[in-house]
Structures are given as structure tokens and as C-alpha cells.
Ligand binder design. Structure first.
Ligand SMILES: C[S@@+](CC[C@H](N)C(=O)[O-])C[C@H]1O[C@@H](n2cnc3c(N)ncnc32)[C@H](O)[C@@H]1O
Length: 337
């Protein structure tokens, strides 16, 4: 292994020079360029202070298609940029997640272990989308339908510099997120699409809200989010696709207590069958069950139906449609144009 000269160790270890920038364009860093170019990738990555004790094992190098024993000088410009992007992905590991839970947080009550696991998965999904788009930072985050901050607390830990906005129709949940995570509060309108939002966001997260809306509300919410998404920003939302459709059709969908999920919905068997046949015929089905005394229920949508809603919108470019990307829900990612 090539030894790194101490100037390199000091500049990177102290954080004075960002290693990802040095890897991507060593020529910008004067004397450090030669030292970096004669250092192996493995050693360079070990100099990133934010990696802490986490090593990069052989499997990780294999998955990104780089040989850790090569020197930086042996990589062409495209591979250098790729390594810099991958290292930005590797070096972030959210820690210090706030664990204050509201007594009213029904999602936490249903399963505390999954509560944090789902949050960590969400951060990985965001970081994957950033990697796909070569997006280095996130500055302003909107969690639309934030509830009591299951995901927002992870955003705070993963992107500590970002401004956070919590938006929900439950004002107590919004207040909790403002007090606990320092989020800007937005009290949502009953029709989510008529909610007043200030300015634009470079990350909008909507976890498990479209999956509760009927088709007209899908449209009004997409209209609002199209206006609120910054150019090159990421809109990420989840939907219920064919896996949920099958569980409704076969009546096998169980809640966290192992009970059929519709026991508390007060809907008839015919309504469930109708939602499935609408989905099969038109790509979209909905059962209203009026939780929160609102027009609220459960929707199922095919990828084709969802993409049809997006492809007519000039403000979005579809980056990903990932079936079960947010298990059991599907994950959709759009980039602002
Ligand atoms: C299934 S929960 C998901 C909560 C959170 N996104 C998470 O994944 O932990 C759906 C959330 O959407 C909120 N919601 C329902 N109708 C809404 C509306 N019109 N505007 C904003 N949020 C709404 C609910 O109050 C609830 O907090």
C-alpha cells in the first residue's frame, strides 16, 4: 500500500480539505494533488474523518466496481467523480436521532422497532436518490403528512444543516415537530392541495399520504407539490401498488396486531371488492373510511396510473418507480425541472 504523505493526512483529517472534492478534481488543490494521485483508493477513503471506525469492505468496493489497490492517479475523470459521489454516500451515517416520542404518536405505539427501522430506510432511499442525481446537499426539507415526526427526526439527524418544515392536518403533531425538532410548522388544509406553503424545497417527503387519498386529492396535492419543488429538488412519495391490491383481493392484509386491517374501517365487503375491480379496470381503486372525520381512506394505484399522473406535468422528471421501495409501499421519486 502506498503511504500517504503527512500533508495529505493533516489536510483531510482536520476537515480543511473536503476529501470528496479532492478526489473529484485533485488539480484544484495545488501541492496536494500529487500526493493524492499517488495514494491508493483504500488509503484515501480511510483518511475521511466522517467514516469514523467504519471500514469499507471488499464487497462494498466490488459493488461500486472500483479496485481499492489502484491509486487515484490511475482513475479517469469519470471514475474519480464516481468515487467522490460514492464516498459522500458512505460517509453519512445518521446518529444522535432524537428519541422523544409524543404520547399521541400512534405509529410508535404500533411498533417501536419498525418505527426507527423505517426511518433509517427512508434516509437510505433519500441518499440513493441523491447519488443517482449527483446531488451533494439538501438545504430545505418539507415532510408533508409528517405525523409526530417518525421520519422528520431522521432528517434532522442526517441533514443537520437543513431547514425543516413539518406539515400535517393534526395541529398537535405539527406543534410537537416544531418544539421537538425545531421544524417550521405548517397546518395543512383538509384538502391537502390547498395548504399554504412558503417558498420552495429541495427535498419533499410524503410518506404514506397519497396511499390514503382519492383521485381528485391526488391531483390537487400533486399540483401543490409541483409548485413547491425547487428546480433539481427531489420529490419522494409512497403509494400502494399491486402487493396491497392482492392482499385486499385475498383479504389477507393484517394490521400490527395480526387483525384484518379493515376491522376498524367500517366498510363493507362489497366496497373492498369494488376498490379491487376499479384498480384492475382503471388502475386506481379507493375505499373511503373517513378516519379523522375527513375524506380519507385507502387507495391502491398501478405504476402505470401513477406515471400517467406525472408525465403530463412539466415540473417533474420521473427518476424512479420502485415497487416495494418503502415496503410494503411503492416509492416514487421525481426531480424538479
Ligand atoms: C399514515 S400517516 C404517515 C405519517 C408519516 N408520514 C410517517 O410515515 O410516519 C399519514 C399522515 O398524513 C396526515 N394527513 C392526513 N390528511 C392530511 C392532509 N390533508 N394534509 C396533510 N397531512 C394529512 C395524517 O394526519 C397522518 O399524520
Amino acid at each position: 500500500m502506498t503511504e500517504a504523505p503527512s500533508g495529505l493526512d493533516e489536510s483531510l483529517g482536520s476537515g480543511r480539505v473536503d476529501i470528496c472534492e479532492l478526489i473529484a478534481e485533485p488539480g484544484r488543490f495545488g501541492d496536494l494533488a500529487g500526493a493524492a494521485e499517488s495514494t491508493t483508493l483504500e488509503r484515501l477513503v480511510s483518511l475521511e474523518p466522517r467514516m469514523g471506525d467504519r471500514g469499507v469492505d471488499a464487497g462494498m468496493w466490488r459493488r461500486v466496481g472500483l479496485d481499492p489497490n489502484l491509486t487515484l492517479g490511475a482513475l479517469d475523470a469519470t471514475d474519480r467523480k464516481w468515487l467522490a459521489d460514492v464516498l459522500r454516500f458512505w460517509r453519512v451515517s445518521p446518529h444522535n436521532v432524537i428519541e422523544t416520542i409524543s404520547p399521541a404518536d400512534w405509529i410508535h405505539e404500533l411498533g417501536p422497532v419498525n418505527y426507527y427501522k423505517t426511518g433509517r430506510t427512508t434516509i437510505r432511499r433519500v441518499r440513493l436518490a441523491m447519488l443517482q442525481e449527483r446531488k451533494a446537499e439538501i438545504r430545505r426539507i418539507l415532510d408533508f403528512g409528517s405525523g409526530y415526526g417518525r421520519i422528520l427526526r431522521q432528517f434532522k439527524a442526517a441533514f443537520p444543516e437543513a431547514r425543516l418544515t413539518a406539515c400535517d392536518v393534526i395541529s398537535d403533531a405539527v406543534d410537537f415537530c416544531a418544539e421537538t425538532f425545531g421544524a417550521e410548522p405548517v397546518y395543512a388544509a383538509d384538502d391537502p392541495g390547498t395548504t399554504e406553503l412558503e417558498g420552495e424545497f429541495d427535498l419533499i417527503w410524503v410518506g404514506s399520504l397519497f396511499s390514503h387519498l382519492d383521485a381528485p386529492r391526488w391531483k390537487s396535492l400533486l399540483d401543490l407539490l409541483e409548485r413547491a419543488l425547487e428546480r433539481d429538488g427531489l420529490l419522494m412519495f409512497t403509494t400502494q401498488g399491486r402487493f396491497i391490491r392482492d392482499q385486499i383481493a385475498e383479504r389477507t392484509w393484517l394490521d400490527a396486531h395480526g387483525e384484518p386491517i379493515w376491522v376498524n374501517w367500517d366498510v363493507s365487503d362489497d366496497q373492498l371488492s369494488q376498490a379491487v375491480s376499479d384498480y384492475d379496470r382503471e388502475g386506481f381503486g379507493y375505499v373511503g373510511w373517513g378516519a379523522l372525520d375527513r375524506r380519507y381512506g385507502t387507495s391502491i394505484a398501478t405504476p402505470a396510473w401513477v406515471l400517467e399522473r406525472l408525465q403530463t406535468r412539466p415540473g417533474f422528471r420521473v427518476l424512479t418507480y420502485w415497487e416495494k421501495g418503502w415496503t410494503p409501499q411503492d416509492l416514487v421519486v421525481c426531480v424538479g425541472t
